[in-house]
Design a protein around this ligand. Structure first.
Ligand code: ATP
Ligand code: MG
Length: 336
């Protein structure tokens, strides 16, 4: 029996960070063993808010690919492919845009948040406003049943499924599959300062390639409970970034529970919890950093992984585009 299909991806706007690891990479590592997983280097989507910085999008393709391989995305189990080199995705996007209204795109909560965060005001690039339709094209072109994403992406998957239902209704058959978002319980990982979700654009993300000193400095400066002034004071765990990180990255759930209890009762200082978090993050990142540095010296291998993956992805996405074009009753010169 064919394995269930998984699609995920990342904008090539910078090296990946711990938010990606908590939000999606961990799930991908588990899924790749018994699923047919496609991992998309989303350079076209990255251009929707970086059209004037193409070098940033271009240069980060390799950076993101290095991160994938360094955390353990295995090119023999997962297909790593490049969005801009899959023309069927752009063609499907164009078709899907006819099944979406501008009002619906403007109402999408993720788009609203991101437009605000980027300070676009009324000058939203049309490509950016429309990226949910493009993402619907990505997901459906691979016939993905599962999409491991961070919590911030849930409204995009919801809108994808609306588009799927409309296309299927127009075609009169179930050409496209509705997809399910796989969102980790921990929610979105915050920035060290506690303001907003960790993101590449925030400038304070802890990278998967961070040095020991960078990790230490980020943890030391983390937002905790501003009213927890003395070690013996009871402290708050909610909104405390150190505990958000321990929840996401400390495998020993019992230990995190007892640290939380101790902190809430009083008697556990910020320094102690930060020291523990530093150990956890150093142990997590060290092997990733080493592997990444090795791979960075094998650029030809990494490029070849992307090339082979993109070839395979091309076949899958072209087939879906044909089906959709036929289903929507479009003219075909080759069949005329
Ligand atoms: P950018 O700032 O360019 O948008 P980003 O850091 O938000 O970059 P994306 O490429 O947009 O990263 O996101 C890729 C995937 O990682 C998505 O599934 C997203 O939900 C997930 N993700 C990103 N940041 C976080 C976070 N802080 N917590 C949990 N998941 C995250
Ligand atoms: Mg993002």
């Amino acid at each position: 029996m064919a394995k269930p299909i998984v699609l995920t991806g990342d904008r090539t706007t910078g090296p990946l960070h711990l938010g990606h690891y908590a939000g999606s990479l961990q799930t991908r590592l588990k899924l790749q063993k018994d699923h047919d997983q496609f991992v998309l280097l989303a350079d076209s989507q990255a251009l929707t808010d970086n059209a004037h910085r193409p070098e940033k999008v271009r240069e980060n393709i390799l950076e993101v690919a290095l991160d994938y391989l360094a955390v353990g995305i295995d090119p023999d189990l997962s297909t790593i492919c490049l969005q801009s080199h899959l023309p069927a995705l752009a063609e499907l996007s164009m078709l899907y845009l006819n099944f979406v209204t501008v009002a619906r795109l403007e109402r999408n909560p993720t788009i609203k948040d991101e437009v605000r965060a980027r300070g676009f005001g009324r000058n939203i690039p049309a490509g950016f406003l429309c990226y949910p339709a493009a993402q619907a094209a990505d997901i459906t072109a691979f016939k993905a049943a599962l999409v491991p994403v961070g919590e911030d992406q849930a409204p995009i998957i919801e809108q994808t499924n609306e588009i799927v239902r409309r296309i299927n209704a127009q075609a009169g058959s179930e050409i496209l599959l509705e997809a399910m978002a796989l969102i980790p319980k921990a929610g979105r990982l915050p920035n060290p300062d506690g303001k907003g979700k960790m993101s590449k654009s925030s400038g304070s993300a802890i990278l998967l390639s961070a040095s020991p000193d960078e990790i230490y400095a980020a943890v030391r400066g983390m937002f905790t409970d501003p009213n927890h002034l003395h070690v013996q004071d009871p402290g708050h765990v909610d909104g405390n970034v150190v505990f958000a990180f321990l929840d996401a990255f400390c495998d020993d759930l019992g230990e995190v529970e007892s640290l939380k209890n101790h902190y809430q009762q009083g008697g556990l200082g910020d320094q102690a919890i930060k020291k523990r978090l530093d150990q956890v993050l150093q142990a997590l990142i060290a092997p990733i950093r080493t592997r990444r540095a090795e791979l960075a010296r094998e650029k030809a291998f990494v490029i070849d992984v992307i090339r082979r993956g993109t070839e395979r992805a091309k076949q899958v996405t072209e087939a879906t585009k044909q089906e959709v074009a036929e289903g929507l009753g479009l003219f075909s010169l080759s069949r005329a």
